[in-house]
Design a binder for this molecule. Structure first.
Ligand code: UD1
Ligand code: CA
Length: 498
């Protein structure tokens, strides 16, 4: 934790086009673990409680801005956006953000990227603390990487042309972009992660002096280091040697790789907190999922945003839950559930579909090939087989027969079915809404229930059975059916009557 007031401003650069995504969606809105890339960056910086938090947007700005409004609400803090109408480089982008902030701004300014989703508050805190304790005007987050191609290289004393590219001892002098670097500089493996802590005044002064004197004709934020040093201000680097933390997403291959790593880290965190994950390679968690101790996740489980699972609940195999709250000691097998609330000791599946507004009471059962929607299934109630329960209330302890349909839709509007407590409804019923089955009532199998069944009554709504004797002999002579019937007839005739 940083002491309060340590960070004056955080600036997240997110105006880039992301051409390599080949997407109609702005790059920073592509999701990872249930959150757009830019939201990961904003949440990490917000954890440091900067006084001002500004996101520089440009490409797809309306969509990005709209998403950030929601993030601001969720975080309960101000998140401002500065629009960069023309991509003039990272230095230009920071200048645009600074233009939004008070002119006399002092203190520390953090700059990060909207497409570096794994960078966490711990690393950023380390950078700011190092920046403060060293008394630097600029501290850049650097990393030693195997393949530095494409990155800016950190130059250190004694000279701009290192004799030993692995040396990270001398004072930092500048950053040179890959495309502007000499062959000797390109051998340097210490790269600029693109994350910096700046003294606000030094930053402003240097931004005013940036010139597009480089191969891209852009204003490079990296030049702030050189300019600060030319004015005799101390600059330095803070190393982060976990390459994943600083990994940027530029295309969908990197999106998948960074996503897999984030998932691995989320799973590891939950396993250390007491969750059993049978096959971590096949289980995917969104960042905000909450799991209690002794939750067991079998293979093929996806837990999406807003899902919370209580202690000793088992999920999977092959289940997807999104926006669900599940209680303790429940079992969900091959279940797809969206915005559902499941109580304690509940059995769901295999092959169940819980749609939004499903509320399953404690120790209830929603069984095989059952779909529920906007439905209250009471405590200890059971819908064991092959049923659709839409817009319904099922009372405590009631049992719904196999293959029942709650007929909620008349083609124009939806209506509700209410089943009381401890009712026993027959198999293959249709409950044509609106209709009420009273407490303790029964219904006969195969009934189409269109009228209320009073408490304690048996509702029967079906045609009586009539057997047409000898029909098969007359109408299907010579068939296997007729022969089988004939044999049964003979056997019956030969059986001595009591
Ligand atoms: C930049 C650094 C490089 C560093 C690398 C780390 C500069 C000049 N170079 O290079 O030293 O190793 O990041 O990833 O800073 N952006 C804007 N507006 C702009 C330009 C960029 O918002 O006008 C945003 C982009 O959306 C992106 C980030 O800034 O999120 C970095 O931009 P990018 O063009 O990818 O910088 P690099 O060339 O990778
Ligand atoms: Ca980049």
């Amino acid at each position: 934790m940083l002491p309060a007031g340590s960070l004056t401003a955080a600036i997240v650069l997110a105006a880039g086009e992301g051409t390599r995504m080949c997407s109609a969606i702005p790059k920073v809105l592509h999701p990872l673990a249930g959150r757009p890339l830019v939201e990961h960056a904003v949440r990490a910086t917000a954890e440091l409680s900067p006084e001002h938090l500004v996101v520089v947007i440009g490409h797809g700005r309306d969509a990005v801005d709209a998403h950030l409004r929601g993030v601001a609400t969720a975080l309960g803090r101000e998140v401002r956006t500065a629009v960069q109408t023309r991509l003039g480089g990272t230095g230009h982008a920071v200048g645009v953000a600074m233009g939004l902030l008070p002119a006399g701004l002092s203190g520390t300014v953090l700059v990060t990227y909207g497409d570096v989703p794994l960078l966490d508050a711990t690393t950023l805190t380390g950078l700011i603390s190092a920046h403060h304790s060293a008394g630097h005007a600029v501290t850049v987050l650097s990393a030693m990487v195997e393949d530095p191609t494409g990155y800016g290289r950190v130059l250190r004393e004694p000279g701009d042309e290192p004799s030993d590219p692995a040396a990270v001892e001398g004072a930092v002098t500048a950053i040179v972009e890959h495309r502007d670097a000499t062959a000797a500089q390109r051998a340097i493996r210490e790269i600029n992660a693109g994350v910096y802590a700046f003294d606000a005044t030094a930053l402003r002064t240097a931004l005013d002096r940036l010139a597009p004197a480089n191969s891209q004709g852009e204003l490079y934020l990296t030049d702030v280091l050189r300019l600060a040093r030319e004015r005799g201000l101390p600059v330095g680097a803070h190393r982060c040697d976990d390459p994943w933390l600083i990994a940027g997403v530029n295309d969908r291959v990197q999106l998948a790789a960074v996503g897999a790593e984030l998932n691995r880290r989320l799973l590891e965190r939950w396993m250390r907190a007491g969750v059993t994950v049978i096959d971590p390679g096949s289980v995917w968690l969104d960042a905000d999922v909450q799991l209690a101790p002794d939750v067991v996740l079998h293979h093929g489980v996806q837990l999406r945003s807003g899902t919370m699972v209580g202690p000793s609940t088992t999920i999977g195999p092959d289940s997807t839950l999104s926006g669900c709250t599940v209680g303790a000691g429940s079992t969900l097998v091959r279940t797809h559930a969206v915005d559902a609330v499941v109580g304690d000791g509940v059995q769901i599946g295999p092959f169940a579909y819980l749609r939004p507004g499903s509320r399953i009471g404690e120790q209830a059962k929603v069984g095989t090939f059952v779909e529920t929607k906007n439905a209250d299934v009471g405590p200890r109630a059971k819908v064991p087989h092959l049923s659709y329960v839409g817009d319904a209330t099922i009372g405590e302890g009631s049992n719904i027969g196999a293959a029942t349909v709650f007929v909620n839709y008349d083609g124009v509007s939806k209506h509700r079915v209410v089943v009381g407590a401890h009712a026993r409804t027959g198999a293959d019923n249709m409950f044509v809404a609106p209709v009420t089955i009273g407490d303790g009532a029964y219904t006969a199998a195969g009934s189409v229930i269109t009228e209320d069944v009073p408490p304690g009554a048996l509702g029967v709504a079906r045609g009586r059975q009539r057997n047409v004797e000898g029909w098969v002999y007359r109408r299907r002579p010579g068939t296997l059916a007729a022969e089988a019937a004939q044999r049964a007839q003979v056997a019956a005739d030969q059986t001595p009557q009591e």
